[in-house]
Design a protein around this ligand. Structure first.
Ligand SMILES: [Zn+2]
Length: 103
């Protein structure tokens, strides 16, 4: 009887530990996903204009990284506003990264 109770307590303690590790792990995972999302969204709304080609790009476009004198459109709170700003300054969207299409 005594042995059975000890085994039961050990099982309960093990389950509680597994549960706590799971909760902490889940919170860490959610946090990292949210942080990634925030990082992506701040980078995602910026648009990069190329004075020479007259095109504007997403910041992660391979062509945007080669621009010697980039014009950054980052005043708008959303990608749409920055697209509009780039358009108003005479830039056209890049045909490779399609900055006006939502990903
Ligand atoms: Zn591009």
């Amino acid at each position: 009887m005594e042995e059975q109770n000890k085994a039961r307590v050990k099982l309960i303690v093990a389950l509680v530990i597994i549960f706590l590790v799971g909760v902490v792990g889940y919170k860490l995972y959610i946090n990292s996903v949210e942080n990634d999302f925030n990082d992506i969204s701040t980078v995602e709304i910026e648009r990069v204009g190329d004075h020479y080609t007259g095109q504007f790009h997403r910041p992660d476009c391979p062509l945007a990284k080669k621009i010697l004198e980039p014009v950054i459109f980052e005043d708008g709170a959303t990608a749409k506003e920055n697209n509009k700003q780039a358009r108003e300054e005479g830039y056209v969207p890049c045909k490779r990264c399609h900055p006006e299409k939502l990903k």
